[in-house]
Design a protein around this ligand. Structure first.
Ligand code: NAD
Ligand code: 6OD
Length: 485
């Protein structure tokens, strides 16, 4: 019997409906960040492998997939969601082994959300119509929607299944075919998803998975391939810039969900219990490796000291350690390289501000890329730790005096992904939200999602929006037809 990736931890390529090895015999090792042990091999796609995947995807557009009726396609898309739920435990375990994220977070939230992405977009398609206009009885203009074609999906390692399926579900629902390039640090769940794709009866070539790195590897080969019509990318802003330059040669449609340096603004009239509960999550959930984390915390001066005392006390209670332990809130960071990068910011914070708590590896954890949740104060707004995305369990807390001042400081960044505002003053909540230069504002909550809403960032945090109709727009091509009656 064929062994699944959940048993072997061997991430093979999935091209034209078959699991294969790199055509050049290239492979690299995947490391478990919690133990620093080798998990297994990852096959690295060559330029020829990526080309085969793109060609298979193009053929599939013309094959049975392209001829399915919308209800038949929707049924298959829903089936993928069902099968993800059936294999929820396997997916969650692979996600934790790959990334170090707490297993409970993967099992309780991320894998069900990945399944929901398929269920949601399958259902959503039922309500998608097209436009029709009539200036007078002698003419009729109407638009039809078609797939864009072959879409490249390039994803990061922090929420691998959530972010991959957030793109794949609407892409398939709209009738496209895809070539997926998961992050090199988290290849396992995408490989298991390919097994699910087979099991769901999705025709060969509709979904292909190519593993590898970015530059001079699978990521770049996919972006530069003339047979790819669109790229949906989530990752770092600098990577987005490279992808945009490389994709320009054959003018691809692009969607970018990029980095963030999100402000979390707490006014003195806020419900502090709720604000502190949620700030623990918006600071340290997934080790702070979430693009939406509110890493710049601004607290109105009358409650600054109280907030800080209580926030530090609660942070000390967070359990750091084995991601499979249900009590763990903070697991290891994704890799040694990333830990060193985050520690670089901690050193800057030590020199330019004051570390109240954290800033070191937890005692007793001698293996694994762990870092204690870290709270920094007394930082100048100009410091790199306040300006750049750290993407780890490190937050700064600063006092502010006026609404005008905090809005200006919150906006003083090249990023514009999201913001959180805590206040019981309804008018102020809206007033502030309207002035923040971000794609998404949460008022008295964080990361509360409705998949119909526009998701994405402004400034250097992204181009375009995904979610509901915005995803439909990106993953479809319109043709307008005019009839003289
Ligand atoms: P990354 O940009 O290093 O890599 C993301 C993906 O791009 C990987 O699959 C990588 O192999 C690939 N890649 C790298 N260089 C490439 C190139 N030249 N051509 C083609 N592909 C290339 O990002 P990461 O470190 O994996 O993820 C962390 C970043 O992602 C953070 O900046 C975070 O804010 C961002 N992110 C943003 C969102 C959002 O919705 N805005 C969501 C999650 C993560
Ligand atoms: O919830 C989503 O749809 C989404 N794209 C979340 C992104 C989180 C970033 O790390």
């Amino acid at each position: 019997m064929v062994q699944t990736v959940a048993q072997t931890h061997h991430a093979r390529l999935f091209i034209d409906g078959a699991f294969v090895e790199s055509s050049a015999g290239k492979r690299f090792v995947n490391i478990n960040p919690a133990t620093e042990e080798e998990l297994g091999w990852v096959e690295e796609a060559t330029k020829e492998d990526v080309d085969r995947a793109v060609q298979a995807a193009r053929r599939a557009l013309q094959g049975p997939w392209g001829r399915l009726s919308i209800p038949e396609r929707i049924r298959l898309v829903r089936r993928i969601g069902d099968l993800i739920l059936e294999r929820r435990e396997e997916f969650a375990r692979l996600e934790t082994l790959d990334t170090g994220k707490p297993y409970w977070a993967a099992y309780e939230h991320e894998i069900p959300r990945a399944a929901y992405n398929f269920h949601f977009f399958a259902d959503y398609l039922h309500s998608v119509g097209t436009e029709a206009y009539q200036l007078d009885a002698g003419q009729l203009h109407y638009a039809i929607r078609r797939p864009v074609g072959v879409v490249g999906l390039i994803t990061p390692w922090n929420l691998p299944m959530v972010l991959l399926t957030w793109k794949m579900a609407p892409a398939l629902a709209m009738g496209n075919t895809v070539v997926v390039k998961p992050a090199e640090l988290s290849p396992l769940s995408a490989t298991l998803l390919a097994e699910v794709i087979q099991e769901a009866g999705i025709p060969d070539g509709v979904v292909n998975v190519v593993h590898g790195f970015g530059p001079n590897s699978a990521g770049a080969f996919l972006v530069e391939h003339p047979g790819v019509n669109a790229i949906s990318f989530t990752g770092e802003t600098t990577t987005g810039k490279t992808i945009m330059a490389n994709a320009s040669r054959n003018l691809k449609r692009l969607s970018f969900e990029l980095g963030g340096k999100n402000p979390n603004i707490i006014f003195a009239d806020a419900d502090l219990d709720e604000a502190i509960d949620m700030t623990l999550r918006s600071s340290f959930h997934n080790q702070g490796e979430v693009c939406l984390c509110g890493s710049r915390i601004y607290v109105e001066r009358p409650v600054y000291e109280e907030f800080l005392d209580r926030f530090v006390k609660r942070t000390k209670e967070l359990v750091v350690g084995d991601p499979f332990d249900p009590k763990t809130f903070v697991g290891p960071l994704i890799s040694r390289e990333h830990l060193e990068r985050v520690m670089g910011y901690v050193e800057i914070a030590r020199n330019e501000g004051r570390i109240l708590i954290g800033g070191k590896q937890p005692e007793g954890l001698t293996r694994g890329y762990y870092l204690e949740p870290t709270i920094v104060v007394d930082m100048p707004d100009t410091c790199r730790v306040m300006k750049e995305e750290v993407f780890g369990p490190v937050v700064t807390v600063s006092p502010f005096d006026t609404e005008e001042e905090v809005i200006a400081r919150a906006n003083d960044t090249e990023y514009g992904l999201s913001a959180t505002v805590w206040t019981t003053n309804l008018k102020r909540a809206h007033r502030v939200a309207h002035q923040l230069e971000v794609g998404m504002v949460w008022i008295n909550t964080w990361f509360l999602r409705d998949l119909r809403t526009p998701f994405g960032g402004m400034k250097q945090s992204g181009i375009g929006r995904e979610g509901g109709m915005h995803s439909v727009e990106f993953y479809s091509e319109l043709t307008n037809i005019t009839v003289k009656l």
